[in-house]
Design a protein. Structure first.
Length: 109
């Protein structure tokens, strides 16, 4: 649990709410996610008696610091792809696309 909380980045989590529909209250959702994260961190620190997450996992602290510069950009790419996917109209596939002689039918057929 500590490692998952330590790996989480609230700045990145905020970007995941951007591609959601306009009907979603983005600020409220971001605030709720941040509050839940803070609450979990506080609870874990209380139970473990540590001041910081992973205080007892010194062996894992360095690899986690080294991985973030590589993993964080992947998260931003994922958000960008989610935006693009949500921007694609949800038209049903045409009959000609589904009757194509290709070995694998297109998705939705």
């Amino acid at each position: 649990m500590q490692m998952n909380l330590a790996k989480s980045d609230m700045r990145i989590s905020e970007t995941y709410t951007d591609p959601l529909p306009e009907t979603v209250n983005h600020d409220r959702l971001r605030r709720r996610i941040s509050e839940e994260h803070d609450s979990c961190v506080e609870a874990v620190l209380h139970v473990t008696g540590h001041e910081n997450l992973m205080d007892n996992g010194h062996v894992l602290q360095r690899p986690m610091r080294l991985r973030n510069p590589y993993v964080d950009p992947l998260s931003y790419v994922q958000v960008s792809l989610l935006r693009r996917l949500r921007a694609v109209p949800e038209d049903p596939p045409s009959e000609t696309a589904c009757s194509s002689p290709s070995p694998a039918p297109p998705p939705g057929c």
